[in-house]
Design a protein around this ligand. Sequence first.
Ligand SMILES: C[S@@+](CC[C@H](N)C(=O)[O-])C[C@H]1O[C@@H](n2cnc3c(N)ncnc32)[C@H](O)[C@@H]1O
Length: 206
Amino acid sequence: MKLKELESILQDCEVFDEPKIQFEQYPTTPHLAARMLYTADTVYNDIEDKSIGDFGSGCGILSIAANILGAGVGFDIDPDAIKIAQENSDQFEVCIDFVNTDLLHAKLERFQGKLDTIIMNPPFGTKNNKGIDMLMLKKAIDIANHSVYSLHKSSTREHIMKKAKEWGVSFEVVAELKFDVPMMYKFHKKKNVEIAVDFLRFEKAE
Ligand SMILES: C[S@@+](CC[C@H](N)C(=O)[O-])C[C@H]1O[C@@H](n2cnc3c(N)ncnc32)[C@H](O)[C@@H]1O
């Protein structure tokens, strides 16, 4: 499938109708989601014929993109987001298992060894969840068989690079992106804010 075709399909994905700031719910745009999955597939061969996990799947855009190109399962703490993700996947006629779980506390034993690639846009830990981005990243690295793709604020790059070394995984900045945050929450003052974000890839040693 061509990149433009994938992006165009993802335009129909519904987003959070009542986003919850305590879970830092910010949807990935179809533009970014398509590029993330397309790159993981065509450059690194990490999607097609692979089993894929989407950590903090929200309304499911990354899970759906993964499923269009391969097969995937989504995980999110919020049952309302899971409901929208399920409706989205029904609309796209893709079969995705969405698991309602708190990734910080779940053991996920039944998924250990079952997910080749994990992809995610985690909460950045900017509200009351300081450190959640790194906790979710570590969990993904522990569970994935082969590789993890994740979005992080570019300002945290040095810290993440050090952690990757400590955890014994390779680290690569696949792309530097602008993450578009529309006016979604009451405390937002501007119509639109762009955040500098790194699209990162981690690979586990064989
Ligand atoms: C930035 S949003 C990204 C949503 C979606 N993946 C996307 O790309 O549009 C982060 C997601 O992580 C979920 N989340 C936050 N804390 C979580 C936790 N402890 N366990 C599982 N999911 C969590 C939120 O509900 C939200 O859907």
